[in-house]
Design a protein around this ligand. Structure first.
Ligand code: NAD
Length: 506
């Protein structure tokens, strides 16, 4: 038994979402709320045999789901969006309890799920291919798109539900069953999402068994999906470390992969920037979600002519930002996920100081009654881009550096492994367009006069280099969940060969 009763706020919230799993399994997977540092549940974990069964069930579901007309598949996603709207408060609360986000960010994450469902419903009538001019008379050439197969979705702790839905909503309308391996740090939100999905399934009526499943447990369950030839596509969100393992394994079996990995996102503040706007955008981008977004701003290059204007104002914002339990106090900066994140942050700050950096903030903040890891966000003025500045530390650290030459700052901007998100603050048309051009930011997301974080679902989301190259969510990201066939139809009475090749048999 647990030493303490489950906090009723978690149990009640889960119950309202329809979660029926036992929450106090002895020796189970402990779920710790970063808000308090206390265990809120202990869950049964799935075994390797469970994972194999889930894959079989999904493979069997694929055989019938792929034949359901896409607009009808969209109807299931439409119903899910309706159920999500009804459960938004509860799900948002789960996100706050498990990932430590503010209520506004928790609700925002659920809103992203609703948005991508709405997008996917429209998409279910728009899964189109091209008709292409052929060189042969009496022929027609076209592309058709078909369901791909089972999609394995592996997700990170910091967005416990939206990235699943970015994948699942598209996969389901594309005709693919999904198996979700959520982070072992946030399995309750996953169970709650699945329970809400089951309400949509019940209303839909005739969906096959195994269309959407959740595997609760650690990396070994992710590995089971990665290693199975029956899983056509792995969409994995998490650290670059994880991607380095997953990518080659999937490639070795010629599976398909969407990798959404770590970033080391930067902003550039130019002399003509609207400083008030830049200040507010940087504050949210760097401190929001306690620096635990893949798109968090981690590096800032400020032109030396405006450095003494912007950076003191940033320091004041850092010193005064509220840190605490966002569910209770309305604080803007919640906790780090765990002690390991805190240790990682402290190690990076020490390394930066050893390299001549001036560290403002970064100490542990005491929050009454919490055995959790709250920190003051850290702003570090660095003499150059070196050491920890070159890598992602998943914590609220913003490294600030001066620049004087625009071409040089572009080089520095791109001189890191991550390639996810980037921004420039300028009102100079030449700087703006250069930043967005072929010799500008090398990231998958390049913004002007907004921060690096807070993407909308309508665009394709993802990044280059060590971010993995994957794209999901909007635009034409749906194509990754389907298989493309090129079809050439001969409606003539001749058999001309392409490229004028002659092969006449008597
Ligand atoms: P993590 O890599 O530790 O874990 C992510 C998921 O991968 C978990 O579900 C974990 O169980 C699973 N996993 C780990 N090793 C695995 C393996 N060998 N095989 C299969 N699955 C495995 O990441 P985290 O600490 O949960 O999340 C933070 C990281 O995720 C940061 O680097 C952040 O930038 C990144 N992230 C990226 C995006 C994006 O869209 N690019 C979004 C959110 C988070």
């Amino acid at each position: 038994m647990l030493s303490k009763p489950l906090p009723s706020i978690t149990a009640e919230t889960l119950e309202r979402c329809g979660v029926t799993a036992a929450l106090d399994i002895e020796g189970g997977l402990p779920v710790i709320s970063p808000l308090t540092g206390e265990r809120v549940a202990s869950l049964a974990v799935h075994s390797a045999e469970d994972a194999a069964r889930a894959i079989e069930a999904a493979a069997s579901a694929f055989r019938s789901w792929r034949l359901v007309p896409a607009p009808r598949r969209g109807e299931l996603v439409r119903l899910y969006a309706e159920e999500l709207r009804k459960a938004k408060e509860e799900l948002g609360r789960m996100v706050s309890i498990e990932a430590g986000k503010s209520p506004s960010e928790g609700l925002g994450e659920v809103q992203e799920m609703i948005d991508i469902c709405d997008f996917a419903v429209g998409l279910s009538r728009q899964l189109y291919g091209l008709t292409i001019a052929t060189e042969r008379p009496g022929h027609r050439m076209m592309e058709t798109w078909h369901p791909l197969g089972v999609v394995g979705i592996i997700t990170a702790f910091n967005f416990p539900c939206a990235p699943w839905c970015w994948n699942a909503a598209l996969a389901l309308v594309c005709g693919d069953p999904v198996i979700w391996k959520p982070s072992e740090k946030t399995p309750l939100t996953a169970l709650a999402c699945q329970a809400v999905f089951e309400r949509a399934l019940a209303r839909f009526g005739d969906a096959p068994e195994g269309l959407s499943q959740v595997l609760v447990g650690g990396p070994e369950l992710g590995e089971a999906l990665v290693d199975s030839r029956k899983v056509a596509l792995i969409s994995a969100t998490g650290s670059t470390r994880m991607g380095r393992i997953v990518g080659p394994k999937v490639a070795a079996r010629f599976g398909k992969c969407i990798l959404e990995l770590g970033g080391n996102n930067a902003g550039i503040v130019c002399p003509s920037a609207d400083m008030d706007m830049a200040l507010r955008a940087i504050a949210f981008g760097a401190m929001g979600t306690a620096g635990q977004r893949c798109t968090t701003m981690r590096r800032l290059f400020v032109h030396d002519s405006v450095y003494d204007l912007l950076v003191p104002a940033l320091r004041r914002a850092y010193a005064s930002v509220s840190v605490g339990n966002p569910l209770e106090s309305g604080a803007l900066v919640g906790p780090l996920i765990d002690g390991a994140a805190f240790e990682g942050m402290q190690a990076a700050l020490k390394e930066a100081a050893d390299l001549g950096g001036t560290v403002h903030g970064g100490a542990r903040a005491s929050v009454e009654g919490a055995a959790a890891y709250y920190v003051k966000p850290a702003l570090v003025e660095m003499p150059e881009q070196a050491g920890p500045v070159l890598r992602e530390t998943f914590a609220p650290i913003l490294y600030v550096m001066k620049y004087s030459d625009f071409d040089e700052v572009l080089e520095l901007h791109n001189a890191v492994g991550g390639g996810l998100s980037s921004s420039i603050f300028t009102t100079d048309l030449r700087e703006m367009e250069t930043f967005l051009s072929a010799r500008g930011s090398d990231c998958g997301i390049a913004n002007v006069n907004i921060g690096t974080s807070g993407a909308e679902i309508g665009g394709a989301f993802g990044g280059e280099k060590e971010t993995g190259g994957g794209r999901e969510s909007g635009s034409d990201a749906w194509r990754a969940y389907m298989r493309r066939a090129t079809n050439t139809i001969n409606y003539s009475s001749e058999l001309p060969l392409a490229q004028g090749v002659v092969f006449d048999i008597d």
